[in-house]
Design a protein around this ligand. Structure first.
Ligand SMILES: [Zn+2]
Length: 130
């Protein structure tokens, strides 16, 4: 909860700073699958914080960004299903995203040398203003 609230605070402050002279209608947030953030708590925190700032009518959308990997050996790109890894491992990956290298291999060439090309971090994707 603390984590989500702090993140929501940073987002709301940033948006209000940038668009202080505009009416904010809508914001869209991309949430990486590897990020240890609860979507519903984040959404709730954003709503509350906008309300505290007198902006209760902002519509908020949070979209999960799936984990996408790119193999450095053969160039194969894929979206692994991390839900198959089991709860303990998933939890560890949420804390240490790099740990994903220990549990996933390229399905084409079996290499463990791959890049995480999406699914990390939290992004403010779009702000709609008037
Ligand atoms: Zn490969």
């Amino acid at each position: 909860m603390v984590h989500e609230w702090a993140l929501a605070e940073a987002v709301v402050r940033h948006v209000i700073d940038i668009y202080s002279d505009k009416k904010i209608r809508e914001i869209r947030i991309g949430l990486g699958e590897l990020q240890n953030i609860d979507e519903n708590i984040l959404l709730f925190s954003l709503k509350e914080l906008f309300k505290l700032n007198g902006l209760e009518n902002v519509s908020i959308h949070v979209r999960k960004i799936p984990l996408t990997l790119l193999c450095r050996s053969c160039g194969f790109e894929w979206k692994p299903d991390i839900s198959k890894l089991g709860e303990e491992i998933i939890e560890m990956i949420h804390f240490i995203p790099e740990a994903v290298h220990s549990y996933i291999r390229c399905p084409r060439c079996n290499s463990g040398d791959f890049e995480i090309i999406s699914g990390r971090g939290v992004y403010l994707e779009e702000v709609v203003v008037e």
